[in-house]
Design a protein around this ligand. Structure first.
Ligand code: CU
Length: 146
């Protein structure tokens, strides 16, 4: 009898695990910084899994990415680096101006024409890799240096 229960438990576990993989990264928008200033990335992460998760890092071969949030210090809104953003099942995490966002440092200028490759790493869900376009406006600004 206990073997049957164990088999059923394993079957349920096998069914539940793939459901944890459902984090969709969408609506990404990269705004490069002016001159040597860091750029910023906004977007939306939709968590369709059943268990709470956390975005713990965003990596790129082309830049150093930090997770930032805004918080009120006295009367002043300031940016602060954080180690993760919580992802609740069935909810969207918004990366937005004045809220949570990604900060882009040390962008490799050699690769102006290339999209920026990002890998989102989560506590539970598998990593998501996606490319984000470098806007044409950034190209235009850089042409002033010629
Ligand atoms: Cu920031």
């Amino acid at each position: 009898m206990s073997q049957i229960i164990w088999a059923v438990t394993l079957a349920l576990f096998a069914f539940v695990v793939p459901a944890r993989a459902d984090i969709i990264v969408q609506e990404l928008e990269f705004r490069p910084g002016i001159g040597e200033r860091p750029g910023v990335i906004f977007g939306r992460l939709t968590h369709q899994g059943a268990v709470p998760d956390q975005l713990i890092a965003v990596e790129s071969p082309d830049a150093r990415i930090e997770l930032h949030t805004h918080e009120l210090q006295g009367n002043v809104m300031r940016m602060r680096r954080v180690t993760g953003f919580s992802l609740a099942p069935g909810e969207d995490l918004l990366l937005t101006s004045g809220g949570h966002h990604l900060m882009v440092f040390d962008l490799l200028r050699k690769q102006d024409k290339m999209p920026l490759r990002l890998t989102f790493r989560f506590e539970n869900a598998p990593a998501v890799t996606t490319d984000i376009a470098v806007p044409a406006k950034a190209e235009a600004k850089r042409h002033h240096h010629h």
